[in-house]
Write a protein that binds this ligand. Structure first.
Ligand code: ARG
Length: 584
């Protein structure tokens, strides 16, 4: 469907042409003075220079050509040369009726849509999922849904940190505690047990203990390093233990991501890229793009247009070890081979931006991607506590994601029960949905790059710019619709009140909000839109007697309008990654 601004612009452009001026001056924008008009065209001002005429004269000429135009109920030429426009109610209604019946509300799919890999989550195996990874999960999931909405095939890849020293640390610590395990017996020849010799709680205690020990105990640090190398060389015992660590961690991660309504199409990790490294390095050598710098093999990525230094990307250290960047490059190779994406998006902490700049440049230099494949890092800022420092537990430790989710749920459940929003079996479901909306909206309403302060009182409030407020608006509409009866087929009719018209005008702005969110990978554009839309919906609700309306035809129109509003709000929050409850 054509966007409404384009439709109006075409009409005004035609009027410019009919009055003898260049049609290009007919570009219309949403009014910045909603008290005066709904749309405006300022083209008469630049046209005045070109045609050596007073702008108001041009505006008058154009307005005269629009008197018969059925799309407008009002066209006013105003000094010095503005064209102020109001839409005809019937035109607005027929536009929204198309919106109502079109697939995806008439929002056009991306004509260049293809396969998009979204690298988000990024959890590190054996370490508990902590709030540092929360934003990646929330923002990444939303971006994935937005990419899919615009017609792309999407693959969310959790890209686990499953191959580093943390694995060696856990294995070394296990060896100290339980040397009798068959995994440490070099003469063991049988089948390793199917059951892991530890639980997730054990792992969560083992990793921090081992990590702390390695910092003070050199022999232990060396042992952990040794196990890391042996694991990477595929020695059966360490490898079998690693498999257990993976299985136990991944099951736990799936549970936690599940509570966030975050899911992944691919559960790959750094370990899955390792087999691509030897060939990749060989090709790079053959292409002559590797240089030696202080014993390491590097790719120079500095470009002439750079205003600051971009250091070379190190792909192999002098001892032959490969690095985080090597793994990311190999992962690109793996992704191109497996999915051949036209776009790879990385939703990772913005402090890694230099790393990604180096990796992307290296990938292009090495020809790992097609020239047109887009590589983009969506760097996000930090979630801070009220003290403005990175969010911590009350005792100052790193907050586990699970703990945070439980705390938010407890907070919201108390509110739900206190206000008797729902009872009995509905309490848990409603609580979980409100809590998730509070958490996700509180995050997504900020541009990803911005740091923000986690403030549960504010995020969970039912009024103001919050997730619960948006849910509340939807639930209220749902309850009217439920009391009315079948509403799905009712057509949109011309607005009769200013509140109805404002709501309808807001509904026509959906495509702009979604396109902005898509183009800029900015879910915050959708938050801004739903907040605006919810405001107009609530105003309409307050000013209109919907269920009490005696005139049946009028009532049908009201119901159709809130029905479309509900569907659009629901689509938007689905793109943000949460859902409204039935009651609240
Ligand atoms: N595991 C990494 C970390 O915790 C994040 C991984 C991000 N993705 C990537 N392709 N490098 O910092």
């Amino acid at each position: 469907m054509e966007k409404i601004l384009n439709l109006i612009s075409e009409k005004v452009s035609a009027a410019f042409a009919a009055a003898g001026y260049d049609a290009a001056y007919g570009r219309v924008t949403v009014s910045n003075r909603p008290d005066l008009c709904e749309y405006q065209c300022n083209g008469a001002m630049p046209a005045a220079k070109a045609y050596h005429k007073a702008p108001i004269q041009i505006a008058n000429d154009v307005a005269a050509k629009l008197t018969e135009e059925p799309a407008f109920s009002e066209v006013q030429a105003l000094a010095p040369g503005f064209l102020n426009l109001r839409l005809a109610p019937a035109f607005l209604a027929s536009y929204l009726e198309q919106t109502r019946t079109a697939e995806r509300f008439g929002v056009a799919a991306d004509p260049k849509a293809g396969t998009v890999v979204i690298d988000y989550g990024g959890a590190n195996v054996a370490k508990p999922l902590h709030v540092g990874h929360l934003r990646s999960a929330i923002i990444g999931e939303s971006i994935k849904r937005i990419q899919r909405f615009f017609g792309n095939e999407t693959i969310g890849d959790v890209h686990l940190g499953d191959w580093g020293l943390q694995m060696g640390l856990v294995i070394a610590e296990l060896q100290v505690r339980r040397p009798e395990l068959c995994y440490f017996d070099p003469d063991f020849r049988g089948e390793y047990p199917a059951e892991a010799p530890f639980t997730i709680s054990d792992l969560e205690e083992i990793y921090p203990a081992a990590s702390a020990k390695s910092k003070v105990d050199e022999a232990f640090a060396a042992k952990a390093h040794d196990y890391t190398v042996r694991l990477q060389q595929g020695e059966p015992g360490p490898y079998a233990l690693w498999k257990h660590i993976m299985a136990v961690s991944v099951a736990d991660l799936k549970k936690n991501y599940g509570r966030l309504a975050v899911s992944f199409e691919a559960w790959l990790g750094e370990s899955d890229a390792q087999s691509y490294i030897p060939d990749m390095l060989r090709d790079m050598e053959a292409q002559g793009i590797l240089e030696t710098s202080e014993g390491a093999r590097v790719i120079r990525v500095q470009e002439e247009s750079d205003t600051k230094e971009v250091p070379p990307c190190i792909v192999m250290k002098s001892d032959g070890a490969t690095l985080y960047a090597t793994t990311d490059l190999a992962t690109i190779k793996q992704r191109m081979q497996t999915w051949n994406p036209g776009r790879i998006l990385y939703v990772v902490d913005k402090r890694q931006s230099l790393h990604f700049e180096q990796v992307f440049r290296s990938a292009r230099k090495a020809g790992l991607v097609r020239p047109e494949t887009e590589l983009r890092h969506i760097g996000y800022g930090t979630m801070n506590g009220k003290d403005g420092k990175p969010f911590k537990t009350r005792t100052g430790g790193v907050m586990r994601l699970e703990t945070l989710i439980t705390e938010i749920n407890d907070f919201v459940r108390a509110k739900v029960q206190e206000n008797n929003l729902v009872t009995g079996e509905d309490v848990e479901d409603t609580t979980a949905r409100i809590a998730l909306a509070a958490l996700k909206y509180g995050d997504l309403m900020n541009a990803p790059t911005k740091d923000y302060i986690f403030d549960l009182d504010r995020f969970a409030a039912f009024e103001g710019n919050t997730g619960p407020y948006i849910l509340y608006t939807i639930v209220r509409i749902k309850s009217i619709l439920a009391r009315y009866g079948a509403w799905e087929a009712l057509p949109i009719v011309p607005p009769e009140t200013p509140e109805a018209k404002d709501l309808m005008l807001a509904l026509t702005r959906l495509p702009d909000a979604l396109e902005l969110a898509y183009r800029d990978c900015a879910p915050n554009a959708i938050c801004a839109y739903v907040y605006e839309l919810a405001g107009f919906a609530n105003k309409f609700y307050h000013e209109t007697r919907i269920l009490a309306e005696a005139d049946e035809e009028k009532q049908k129109g009201y119901i159709a309008l809130i029905g479309l509003t509900k569907r659009i709000l629901e689509t938007c929050i689905e793109l943000l990654g949460f859902e409204a409850p039935e009651k609240m």
